[in-house]
Design a protein. Structure first.
Length: 256
């Protein structure tokens, strides 16, 4: 019997209403329909875990105790609807801290996977921001952008990243049922030692605008490291030992 599969959810704008630097548990409000949707996911046998960036701690806007109180309130609202979360993990750092747990860096996902015993490649990552989708891509998961929270504003930026786009978690249920019943090729480990991995790094990344004018897209910083670093780290975990980079735009910036 395979390991349990998980739906990995963002917090603000996906499960609860978006509040700018939410610091008061009294302001926690579930997005309409989300509790019923999560209850259905539970009935499908899926695990539920929330991963959230909370840089307000690092910025001194509120402390870790207040984050825990907010999470207790969120859990209480979900419990009242018959929904239990398997875990809630958060990053307290600011973007300038260069940590490995702030999404889209994979640290939070790795913490959750170790604690709960699941394979990130077999997960479905749902969120309303680019960093949620980039996290999913970084670990090899299926990704879904919801149009709640900041999702509508992020849709264009995620056009070439997200696997699916939905209005909210509730409207995603039919698609999640299909995803759950499909065989997952990510669960099959390739015979990596006999293979090379080709990484296509040639594009300019026109959707990124000025960000990729002086720096090639794969070398842009994500969670304190170039995005390519995360790709190669994932490659190493899969057993690959050699990568071939096919570069064009600003190719001279790539070094072995």
């Amino acid at each position: 019997m395979g390991r349990r599969r998980y739906v990995v959810l963002d917090r603000d704008g996906t499960v609860i209403m978006e509040r700018h630097y939410l610091s008061d548990p009294a302001h926690v409000e579930l997005i309409p329909g989300v509790a019923q949707a999560l209850r259905h996911l539970r009935q499908m046998g899926l695990g539920l875990v929330v991963l959230t960036n909370q840089s307000g701690v690092g910025r001194g806007l509120f402390d870790a105790q207040r984050v825990e109180e907010i999470h207790q309130r969120m859990r209480a609202l979900l419990d009242a609807e018959g929904v239990q979360l398997d875990g809630v993990f958060y990053c307290p750092h600011t973007p300038d801290d260069g940590c490995q747990c702030r999404k889209p860096a994979p640290g939070l996902m790795e913490q959750a996977a170790t604690h709960l015993g699941f394979d990130p490649r077999e997960c479905l990552v749902i969120g309303d921001k680019v960093c949620d989708i980039e996290l999913g891509k970084c670990v090899g998961a299926t990704t879904m952008l919801v149009r709640t929270g900041y999702g509508t504003q992020m849709e264009e930026a995620c056009g070439g990243l997200a696997d699916h786009f939905v209005d909210d978690v509730a409207s995603a249920l039919p698609m999640i049922r299909q995803w759950l019943t499909r065989a997952t090729p990510r669960a099959v480990r390739l015979s990596a030692p006999a293979m090379d991995l080709v990484v296509l790094c040639g594009g300019r990344g026109s959707r990124l605008g000025a960000l990729s004018t002086q720096t090639p897209k794969p070398l842009l910083q994500v969670g304190g490291q170039p995005f390519l670093w995360h790709v190669l780290r994932w490659m190493k975990r899969q057993g690959f030992r050699r990568a071939v980079l096919a570069a064009h735009h600003l190719a001279e910036q790539f070094q072995a």
